[in-house]
Design a protein around this ligand. Structure first.
Ligand code: 3YP
Ligand code: ZN
Length: 373
C-alpha cells in the first residue's frame, strides 16, 4: 500500500484576489491593494516540490470530487450553502461570511472540491486503499462555522470529512489534532458537545479568532473534556511544540483511544510565516508527524489523515510540507531543507519556562480527557 495524496489544479485557482494583506483594499482609505496573504503560492509550490523531489512517485494520487449538499449539510446549514452558491455566481464572487474569506466566481465549486479532498483522503484510509493520506486542499477549513465561513475558510473540510466517516464508514470515536497556528474554532464549535470527538488545537495564544481557544474551553454537556486547547505564547519554537506533542497530545490520544486521527495541518507556526509569531521548522514538523504516526499505529491501525490548512511563507511551507509527507510515506528524498541548518539553532528554539508553564496546565487537562469505555 501507499500514502494517499490529494491535489487538484483548481485548488491553485481559488481566487482570493487583491487585498491589503488580509483586509480588503481601499485606495482612498490608504489601503493599497496587494496580493491576498492566502495566495496560491505556498500550496502550488509544495505540490511542485513533492513532484520535483520524487516523493510523488511513491504516493497514490487521489482525485477529489466536489462535496455534495448532503455531505456539507452534515455540518453546515442550508442558508450558508445557498449564500456561497449565490455569491459564487456573481462576476467577482463574494465572501463566505466574515469579510476575511473572499472567493472569486466559481469559488463555491472549488471550496466543495476542497472539502471533497478531505473526504477522498479519509475514505481511502477507512476503506484500506491507502495506509494514510495527505490532502493538499485549498481553501482551508478549520475556522468555518455551521452558518458561515471565516478566516479564509468557506467550508469546514475536516469536520465534514469526519461526519462522512461517521455516516458512511461507521467510525465512532475520532480525534482532530489541529496544529495550524490559529485556533481551530470552527472544529471546536462543531464538536463542542460531542463525546465521541476529541478536538485538540495548538495555537498562538489569543490571535485569531480574537478571544478564542483558551485553556478553559473544554467542551460542554456530554462533550465535556473532549475539547483541549493549548494556547502557546508567541515565540514558541521546536522545543515547545515537541513538548506539547509529548506531554499533551499523545497522552490525550492514548486516553481517548480514537478509531481515526485527523490532522488539521497548517504550516503557519513556521518561523518565516507572515501571519503568526512562532518559530517551528521542518525538523519539528517531521518529528511531530512521526509521533502521530506512531500513536496511530498503536491506537488505530495507523489510520491517520492530514488535511492542509494555513501557512503563508511561499518559500518555507514547501519544505515543512515535504517533511510531513515524506514521514507519512516512510521515505526521505534527496531534497533537504536548506533553511533548517540556520533556523533550528536560533535563539528561543528550546522550550522556555513560560511556555512550559502553559504546557503543564494543558497536560493536566489532558489527564481529564474522558477515557475510552
Ligand atoms: C484570518 C484573518 C486574520 C488572520 C487570518 C488567519 C487565517 C488562518 O491561517 N487561519 O488558520
Ligand atoms: Zn492559520
Amino acid at each position: 500500500m501507499a500514502t494517499g495524496y490529494v491535489w487538484h489544479e483548481l485548488y491553485g485557482w481559488h481566487d482570493t484576489g487583491t487585498s491589503a494583506g488580509f483586509v480588503y483594499g481601499n485606495g482612498p482609505a490608504g489601503l493599497q491593494p496587494a496580493l491576498h496573504y492566502e495566495s496560491p503560492d505556498s500550496k502550488t509550490r509544495l505540490h511542485e516540490l513533492v513532484a520535483v523531489s520524487g516523493v510523488a512517485d511513491g504516493l497514490m494520487a487521489l482525485r477529489p470530487e466536489r462535496a455534495t449538499d448532503e455531505e456539507l449539510l452534515l455540518v453546515h446549514d442550508r442558508a450558508h450553502l445557498e449564500r456561497v452558491a449565490a455569491e459564487s455566481r456573481l462576476p467577482k464572487g463574494g465572501d463566505a461570511g466574515d469579510g476575511f474569506s473572499p472567493f472569486g466566481q466559481g469559488g463555491d465549486e472549488i471550496a466543495r472540491l476542497s472539502a471533497g479532498g478531505a473526504i477522498a483522503a479519509t475514505s481511502a484510509v477507512l476503506e484500506g486503499r491507502v495506509d494514510n493520506a495527505y490532502a493538499l486542499v485549498r481553501p482551508p477549513g478549520h475556522h468555518a462555522l455551521p452558518h458561515m465561513g471565516m478566516g479564509f475558510c468557506i467550508f469546514a473540510n475536516v469536520a465534514v470529512a469526519a461526519r462522512v466517516a461517521r455516516a458512511r464508514h461507521g467510525v465512532g470515536r475520532l480525534a482532530v489534532v489541529d496544529w495550524d497556528v490559529h485556533h481551530g474554532n470552527g472544529t471546536q464549535a462543531i464538536f463542542y458537545d460531542d463525546p465521541d470527538t476529541l478536538a485538540i488545537s495548538i495555537h498562538q495564544d489569543n490571535w485569531f479568532p480574537p478571544d478564542s481557544g483558551h485553556l478553559r474551553e473544554r467542551g460542554i454537556g456530554a462533550g465535556e473534556g473532549t475539547t483541549l486547547n493549548v494556547p502557546l505564547p508567541p515565540g514558541s519554537g521546536n522545543g515547545a511544540y515537541l513538548a506539547v506533542m509529548e506531554q499533551v497530545v499523545v497522552p490525550a490520544l492514548e486516553r481517548f483511544r480514537p478509531e481515526l486521527i485527523m490532522v488539521a495541518c497548517g504550516f503557519d507556526a513556521n518561523v518565516l510565516d507572515p501571519l503568526a509569531r512562532m518559530m517551528v521548522t521542518s525538523t519539528a514538523y517531521r518529528a511531530m508527524t512521526g509521533m502521530l504516526l506512531d500513536t496511530a499505529a498503536t491506537l488505530c491501525d495507523g489510520r491517520i489523515v492530514f488535511s492542509h490548512e494555513g501557512g503563508y511563507s511561499e518559500v518555507y511551507v514547501p519544505f515543512c510540507g515535504l517533511a510531513v509527507i515524506e514521514t507519512l510515506a516512510g521515505s526521505k528524498s534527496s531534497v533537504d531543507d536548506p533553511f533548517a541548518g540556520l533556523l533550528d539553532g536560533i535563539g528561543g528554539q528550546a522550550l522556555q519556562p513560560h511556555q512550559a508553564a502553559v504546557i503543564a496546565e494543558a497536560a493536566a487537562l489532558a489527564g481529564d480527557v474522558p477515557p475510552a469505555r
